[in-house]
Write a protein that binds this ligand. Structure first.
Ligand SMILES: Cc1ncc(COP(=O)(O)O)c(C=O)c1O
Length: 407
C-alpha cells in the first residue's frame, strides 16, 4: 500500500456542494458554471477569454486548428514533454519537428530552436519551407514543463523574427509567472490542463486562454461541432431553429458538473501553489543537506515555479555511473525499491523521440535529442501535495539516501 502518493488532488466539501447544485438544477452539460469557470481562470491569469475543453490535449488541438495548423505544415515542439504535445500536432495532420531541451529547466533550448529553424528551412515566397519535406513551418509549441515557464520571451523573439505562430502548452503551469506576468499573458494562445496530476482538477478538462476575442469566438464554434447561430434565428429570434454548421468541428465541451468542480478548485489555487512551493523549499533544503546524488529542480531568477511536479535529476557522476543508459537502469531499480516501501515516485516525463510511434515514424536515435534522453532516464518526481509535512519530506529524503547506500 502506498503511504506517499506522488500527488493527490485537494478537495473539500465545496466541490461536492457545487457539483450537487449542478445536478439539482438539471443542467449538467456545458452551461453557466463552465462560463463562470472560464471567467475565473482567465481573470486569475490576467487574460480576457477562457475556452474550456474536455482536456488540454483537445485544447491544444482546437487552438492549433483555429490558428491554421494542418497538413503540409511543421510545428516545432520540445523533445521532452508529455506525448500529448506532439500528438495534438499529429491530430491536425501537421508534422512535429522536435527540439532538444535544457537539462536544468527541462524546457525548450532556444539556441537549438534557432539552429533548427536556420538549418532545416529555407525561405520561399515569404515562407519557411522544410528543405527535406517541402512542409511550411507554421510555428512553435513551447511547453512550460512541470510548472516552470520556459524562456518564452526568447521564443517570442524568434517567432517574431521568422514570422511564426506560437501556442504555449501550459498544461502544467496554471499560476506560473515570470516577474508579475502570468503564463497565458505572454502574448500567445496558451492551453492548460485540469487532469488530477495538475494543480487544480476537474477530473479531466482543459482550457484555452487568449486575449483575442474573435479567435475565442471561432474556438467556441469549433468546440461545438462548428456551430454558429443561424442568421435567420439571430434576426428573427427563432430559438427553435438549429444552428448553422459551416465547418466540420468537434465536441470538446466541458460539462457543467466539471465546471462546478472547477469553480470550487480555482478558489483553492493560490493555497495549493503556496503549499507546493513550501514543499519544494523543504525538499530543496533536505536534499542539499543529505542527498548529493540528487540535483534539485531549478527556478531561474525572476521565475515563479508552481511545482505541479517536483522533479529532480539523478547525479550519475556522484554515483560513479558513466552512461545515461546505465543511469536509467540504476534509477529504475531505486524507484522500484522506494515503491516497495510505500514511496511513490515517477520518471519526470518522457523523451518523445524514444516513444514507439515517433521513433518508428522518424527513425530517431537516443542521441538525436540527448538532453531529452538524459532527462527521460534520470529524472525523478518526488511526492508533493497539500498536506505533506516537513517530517514526511525529511523521512522521504532520508529513506532515499539510505536506499542508495544499500544499493
Ligand atoms: C506538457 C503536457 N501537455 C499536455 C498534457 C495533456 O493534458 P490532458 O491530460 O489534460 O490532455 C499534459 C498532461 O500531462 C502535459 O503534461
Amino acid at each position: 500500500m502506498t503511504k506517499y502518493p506522488v500527488t493527490k488532488p485537494y478537495f473539500t466539501d465545496e466541490e461536492i456542494s457545487l457539483m450537487s447544485k449542478s445536478l439539482e438544477s438539471g443542467w449538467v452539460a456545458q452551461g453557466p458554471r463552465v462560463a463562470d469557470f472560464e471567467r475565473e481562470v482567465a481573470a486569475h491569469e490576467g487574460i480576457n477569454q477562457g475556452v474550456a475543453t474536455t482536456s488540454c490535449t483537445t485544447a491544444l488541438h482546437l487552438a492549433m486548428v483555429a490558428e491554421g495548423l494542418g497538413k503540409g505544415m511543421d510545428a516545432i515542439a520540445p523533445a521532452f514533454t508529455f506525448v500529448a504535445t506532439e500528438n495534438a500536432i499529429v491530430m491536425t495532420g501537421a508534422t512535429p519537428v522536435l527540439c532538444d531541451i535544457c537539462r536544468e529547466t527541462f524546457n525548450i533550448d532556444t539556441i537549438q530552436l534557432r539552429n533548427i529553424i536556420e538549418s532545416k528551412y529555407t525561405s520561399k515566397e515569404g515562407k519557411l519551407v522544410n528543405k527535406e519535406t517541402g512542409n511550411v513551418l507554421w510555428g512553435i509549441v513551447p511547453v512550460h514543463e512541470f510548472g516552470l515557464c520556459c524562456d518564452i520571451y526568447e521564443v517570442n523573439n524568434i517567432a517574431k523574427e521568422y514570422g511564426l505562430k506560437v501556442i504555449e502548452d501550459a498544461a502544467c503551469a496554471l499560476g506560473a509567472k515570470i516577474g508579475d506576468v502570468h503564463q497565458g499573458a505572454f502574448g500567445n494562445t496558451s492551453c492548460i490542463s485540469f487532469h488530477p496530476r495538475k494543480s487544480i482538477t476537474t477530473g479531466e478538462g482543459g482550457m484555452i486562454l487568449t486575449d483575442d476575442e474573435a479567435l475565442a469566438k471561432r474556438m467556441r464554434e469549433l468546440r461545438t461541432h462548428g456551430s454558429t447561430v443561424s442568421a435567420d434565428a439571430r434576426d428573427k429570434g427563432k430559438g427553435f431553429l438549429l444552428p448553422e454548421f459551416n465547418e466540420a468541428g468537434f465536441n470538446y465541451r466541458m460539462t457543467d458538473i466539471q465546471g462546478a468542480m472547477g469553480l470550487a478548485q480555482i478558489k483553492k489555487l493560490d493555497t495549493i501553489i503556496n503549499a507546493k512551493r513550501k514543499g519544494a523549499d523543504g525538499y530543496n533544503k533536505f536534499i542539499s543537506e543529505k542527498l548529493p546524488e540528487f540535483v534539485t529542480p531549478a527556478q531561474p531568477k525572476g521565475y515563479y515555479h508552481t511545482y505541479q511536479s517536483y522533479v529532480c535529476m539523478l547525479n550519475i557522476s556522484k554515483l560513479g555511473i558513466d552512461s545515461i543508459k546505465s543511469g536509467g537502469e540504476y534509477r529504475n531499480i531505486l524507484l522500484q525499491k522506494l515503491e516497495d516501501i510505500g514511496i511513490a515516485t515517477r520518471q519526470g516525463t518522457h523523451a518523445v523521440h524514444m516513444l514507439g510511434y515517433y521513433k518508428n515514424r522518424f527513425g530517431y536515435k537516443p542521441g538525436d535529442y540527448n538532453n531529452a534522453y538524459a532527462c527521460d532516464h534520470l529524472s525523478i518526481t518526488l511526492p508533493l501535495y497539500v498536506g505533506i509535512t516537513e517530517a514526511d519530506q525529511e523521512y522521504i529524503v532520508d529513506t532515499i539516501s539510505k536506499t542508495i547506500k544499500e544499493m
